[in-house]
Design a protein around this ligand. Structure first.
Ligand code: NI
Length: 260
């Protein structure tokens, strides 16, 4: 099992980070991918990934929620420089994208930062880790304009139409705890219907988005990588295959995308 998205550098893990990481190893988690969000996060991410070299793998990037008119240019300069300096150890540029959930006042700034990072990913031949919330249409449009790209749309919870557009671009879907939530439509979306075939398991990677979005029955708790096994179990139900097969395939997918 590989957790392709966990903020293990964040404050939520400050008190017992080493024990948390040890626990995931014991539970069979092979690797964790740690996404960047802003200039301030760079040092902590690189620090934990250096201490756990070969286990925690860093990404660097500029999250849309951290893009503000006052300082985005300064932040971008720092992040871009760090991405270039650490090109050989980061496994993706992320998390990057668009987020209109709380704030839509600086869309053009989000678009600019997003496009610059997609261009940089192509220049450096790195995959991208996409965050998109309440911004599907704009996000897909920008991604299409910037093709070809390798990457994953993290924490996917969209429609089958949206999934298809992502798949058509050759990208992966990051699936996490949301899949196990009651009343969540994602299981039906993945399973397909009379119009759509199921989403191929070959295009799914597992993630926690820890500390957030812990799967049932841990909903509301601080998330841990080992609980992606619960997401794998749910996928096994949807695809009518053994959980071990889901784990083997999604691990292979993550290796192909991030470690090839
Ligand atoms: Ni995240």
């Amino acid at each position: 099992m590989i957790d392709t998205h966990i903020h293990i550098d964040e404050e939520a893990y400050a008190e017992d980070r080493e024990q948390v990481i040890a626990r995931q190893r014991e539970a069979g988690v092979e690797a964790m991918i740690v996404p960047g969000v802003n200039a301030k996060s760079i040092e902590g991410i690189l620090d934990v990934c250096h201490r756990h070299k070969g286990y925690c793998f860093p990404c660097l990037g500029f999250h849309p929620q951290d893009v503000f008119p006052e300082d985005w240019e300064q932040q971008w300069a720092i992040i871009e420089q760090a991405i270039r300096a650490h090109r050989d150890e980061i496994v993706a540029i992320g998390e990057i994208g668009l987020d209109y959930h709380y704030d839509t006042t600086f869309k053009e700034g989000q678009h600019e930062v997003f496009k610059r990072q997609l261009a940089l990913a192509k220049e450096l031949n790195l995959p991208v880790m996409i965050h998109s919330r309440d911004a599907t249409e704009d996000c897909l449009r920008i991604l299409k304009d910037e093709r070809p790209l390798r990457g994953v749309v993290h924490c996917f919870n969209g429609s089958r139409e949206t999934a298809q557009q992502i798949l058509d671009m050759g990208m992966y879907l990051g699936i996490g705890g949301v899949l196990t939530f009651k009343n969540c439509k994602l299981a039906e979306t993945l399973a397909g219907d009379d119009r759509f075939t199921p989403v191929p398991l070959e295009r799914i990677v597992l993630e926690t988005d820890g500390p957030y979005l812990a799967p049932t029955p841990h909903r509301g708790e601080r998330n841990e990588s080992r609980w992606i096994a619960l997401v794998a179990e749910k996928l096994a139900e949807i695809y009518h295959i053994p959980t071990e097969q889901v784990i083997a395939q999604t691990t292979l997918n993550a290796k192909k995308l991030f470690f090839a």
